[in-house]
Design a binder for this molecule. Structure first.
Ligand SMILES: [Zn+2]
Length: 308
């Protein structure tokens, strides 16, 4: 019987990650390349196709040996029509039928979805949310997004746009957000805002990694910084817990490596602010699949849509 292989592509604002997965969904080969974000839509699609071809040839596979590909993209996707609405951090994308364009270019059947949804699919199937029926999988990065699992299913919403927790308003007034709103969570907990706050508190040369290391070493200013961050995130998650009553909230993305100073604060705010029933129920966990979560989710999505 012919073996099945899947290609997973994780399109980010700065890099494209790609991997070939076996039938049992283990990674056989992996690579990363810069996203030619400013070179236009065609160049970005070309880079995705090129990554798929390179990986296949490294394993001595022909493109027809690949059963399907999954692509995670950093923006809203009309999942039913397989159209990328737009990508906030990659210019020139408007209503792109990425799935059919990719398949036309390399002959591999393809499924496209929002990257936070791909990560949620991975954490729910194989990671920290495995075994739960109702989960919120939060990703903290340049953007703040979430995948919502409700009664064992990924919740998409009327326009496939559900899960935009980064654009949950925390106050009536506050910093303006590119989404058109004000005081959105992302304006307080996205990497851009965090770096600005960290610089003000800890000096101009600080990075978020350094701020994590300082907090781990007991630096009081760094601990204060993470406490303020965790308060914003905890308040948003308390509200979301009251509405959705999840078993588990999984926190992933680069910022989650801040560890205890962040997680302790989130848990404290949740228990203080969520309603008793919801607050007692919900567990907060670090994402289990780390940096590969997006790729694993894309491979899982691909495995659901294979070449027959
Ligand atoms: Zn917003």
């Amino acid at each position: 019987m012919r073996r099945k292989y899947f290609i997973a592509l994780d399109l980010g604002g700065t890099s494209i990650k790609a991997a070939v997965f076996s039938e049992k969904l283990s990674i056989l080969e992996k690579m990363s390349m810069p996203t030619p974000a400013c070179a236009g839509k065609k160049a970005v699609i070309g880079a995705l196709v090129c990554a798929a071809k390179k990986l296949a040839s490294r394993l001595g596979l022909a493109l027809k040996d690949i059963s399907a590909a999954g692509i995670g993209v950093p923006g809203p996707v009309d999942f039913d029509r397989q159209v990328v609405h737009f990508l906030p951090n990659i210019p020139g994308w408007k209503d792109v039928p990425l799935s059919s364009v990719f398949t036309a270019a390399c002959g591999i059947p393809c499924v496209v979805d929002n990257d936070a949804k791909m990560m949620a699919l991975a954490e729910y199937t194989l990671g920290a949310a495995k075994g739960s029926r109702n989960a919120v999988c939060l990703t903290l990065g340049t953007g703040v997004g979430a995948g919502l699992i409700i009664e064992g299913k990924l919740y998409r919403g009327a326009d496939n746009a559900a899960g935009e927790i980064g654009h949950l308003p925390l106050n009536e007034n506050g910093p303006a957000c590119p989404c058109g709103g004000k005081a959105c969570l992302e304006r307080y907990a996205g990497n851009g805002a965090l770096l600005k706050e960290a610089r003000a508190a800890l000096g101009a040369s600080i990075t978020l990694e350094k701020a994590s290391a300082l907090a781990a070493g007991g630096n009081r200013k760094a601990l204060c910084f993470w406490r303020a961050v965790s308060t914003h995130i905890g308040i948003a998650l308390a509200g979301l817990s009251n509405v959705l009553n999840p078993d588990v909230i999984v926190v992933g993305g680069g910022v989650s490596s801040a560890g205890r100073p962040l997680f302790d604060g989130i848990k404290e705010n949740l228990s203080k602010r969520a309603m008793p029933v919801q607050g007692r129920r919900v567990k907060v966990m670090k994402a289990a699949l780390g940096n590969d979560a997006g790729l694993i989710g894309a491979a899982l999505a691909a495995a659901g849509r294979i070449r027959i």
